[in-house]
Design a protein around this ligand. Structure first.
Ligand code: AMP
Length: 189
């Protein structure tokens, strides 16, 4: 099952993607986690992306698309994956379509976590206090939401026309979102 979670930061995508990963035995592929791991390991990639993440800006498509291409080619992704944080703009969405097309695969469902900005901001500020992520300061949170609306939201329409978009009410509890999500996955590949 090839899945994608889409929505603003703070919508609970990561939490639900981790649960999908364990229930369905497919890897949770998060570009944000991959970049943070590279930063923690002080690799060349990590040093390159660190200031970009700290500012809440997007890492260049070239780097991100290459990273995802390599990751999806790994053995554990042959039976599926749940992508989280990628694609972030139309160019990345098109690159993903091409990449999957080349290997005869396609997305089975795009889970769209719909959440008002006020709730997203509130949740990110709370997470900032709990996890001390350097990109969860009020200024960077505002910038990341701005980029979400400008760059990422347009891809909702890109996927809506495929008929595979599954809209979810992400403002509710983790258990309620999971109930709706897992029910909607029943009918998927
Ligand atoms: P996330 O954990 O998904 O919120 O990602 C944290 C940060 O990593 C983002 O604010 C971006 O700087 C960077 N990032 C993650 N995924 C992407 C992507 N698909 N394209 C560009 N930058 C990304």
């Amino acid at each position: 099952m090839n899945l994608l979670v889409l929505g603003p930061q703070g919508a609970g995508k990561g939490t639900q993607a981790k649960r999908i990963s364990s229930e369905y035995g497919i890897p949770h592929v998060s570009t944000g986690d991959m970049f943070r791991a590279a930063i923690a390991a002080d690799t060349e990639l990590g040093r390159e992306v660190e200031p970009i993440l700290a500012a809440g800006e997007l890492v260049p498509d070239e780097l991100t698309v290459a990273l995802i291409g390599e990751r999806l080619a790994e053995a554990d992704a042959v039976d599926g994956f749940v992508l989280d944080g990628f694609p972030r703009n139309l160019a990345q969405a098109e690159a993903l379509d091409a990449m999957l097309g080349d290997i005869g695969r396609r997305l089975d469902a795009i889970l769209f976590f719909d959440l008002p900005d006020g709730v997203a901001t509130e949740r990110m500020l709370r997470r900032a206090a709990e996890e001390s992520r350097p990109d969860d300061t009020p200024e960077v949170i505002a910038r990341r939401l701005e980029i979400y609306h400008q760059e990422t939201e347009p891809i909702v329409e890109h996927y809506r026309v495929t008929g595979k978009l599954v809209p979810l009410h992400a403002g509710r509890s983790i258990a309620e979102v999971w109930a709706e999500l897992s029910e909607s996955l029943q009918g998927v590949a």
